[in-house]
Design a binder for this molecule. Structure first.
Ligand code: CNA
Length: 245
């Protein structure tokens, strides 16, 4: 049977689809891989959470990097893959999207905030690490450019950081719990655009599989988890959804 037709059948027959997405779903929107040949981390050293917390110099370096790259997340548009996931969840009136991405494109593509669980945070805004007050990234950047001082919270004087989970930062507990619950509730679990090498995120599809969900992996290249999948499609995500919905 044609693999796209098989995917369409899985989607048509399921009642609680859960998607698990990675950087690969956003490449068609023009967002580069962090680790690829031209990736951000080839040119910049990642700043570990402990270093951010420990020194003003590192916090300043963090905000310089943020101004160079992360602010651009606001200028990207969702692609067919994001829109297809939103359409499937809306049509079923059930389901969820767990994402490792930090680009906000699932929400921009039509999902409500409550239909998306961001396990690595969101780079389109900033938060106070102590009291969780939200800040517009553009305001924080403007403040840093004029003062050259890393921003602190106007309520509690805590350090402000983009709302992403940095290397070395603990995973967000509530989001990880929600991801597990959603995975265990699903009868169809579709991984789209993740190499499944970043842990503990990569274990989430197994919660679904263990509870009896069908597991589909859509990715340009093979992954270590392909052996657990009921269907593996090694094609572009947008092209796959164009043929399957
Ligand atoms: P990854 O390790 O870069 O894997 C992405 C996978 O997607 C690779 O195996 C690619 O072959 C595949 N791929 C790329 N484009 C397509 C496409 N159009 N169709 C099908 N497959 C494709 O990314 P993961 O998400 O697995 O790694 C987790 C990291 C990457 C998370 O911490 C993310 O926050 C982080 N990240 C996020 C973004 C973003 O928010 N858009 C961008 C870059 C990195």
């Amino acid at each position: 049977m044609d693999q796209f037709f098989e995917l369409k059948q899985f989607i048509d027959e399921c009642s609680y689809p859960v998607f698990f997405t990675g950087a690969g779903i956003s490449t068609d929107s023009g967002i580069p891989d962090f680790r690829g040949p031209n990736g951000f981390w080839k040119k910049n050293q990642p700043i570990y959470f402990q270093d951010f917390m420990a020194s003003e110099e590192m916090r300043n370096r963090y905000w310089e990097q943020s101004i160079q790259f992360k602010s651009n997340f606001n200028s990207y548009q969702p692609n067919f893959g994001h829109k297809a996931i939103a359409k499937i969840i809306k049509d079923k009136n059930k389901g969820h999207c767990i994402t490792q991405n930090i680009d906000n494109l699932h929400q921009a593509g039509g999902l409500d905030n409550d239909q998306v669980t961001e396990i690595h945070g969101n780079a389109t805004y900033a938060v106070c690490l102590d009291c969780s007050k939200k800040y517009e990234l553009s305001d924080i950047h403007a403040q840093f450019i004029s003062s050259k001082k890393s921003p602190i919270c106007d309520v509690c004087s805590g350090p402000i950081k983009t709302a992403t989970i940095s290397f070395g930062q603990p995973m967000p507990e509530l989001e990880m719990q929600r991801a597990q619950i959603e995975a265990e509730s699903s009868d169809l679990f579709i991984v789209a655009g993740s190499s499944l090498v970043v842990f503990p995120a990569a274990t989430i599809p197994l919660y679904a599989k263990e509870k009896g969900a069908k597991l589909i992996i859509i990715n340009n290249e093979p992954t270590e988890f392909d052996r657990f999948a009921d269907l593996v499609i090694n094609e572009s995500i947008s092209d796959t959804f164009k043929q399957a919905i």
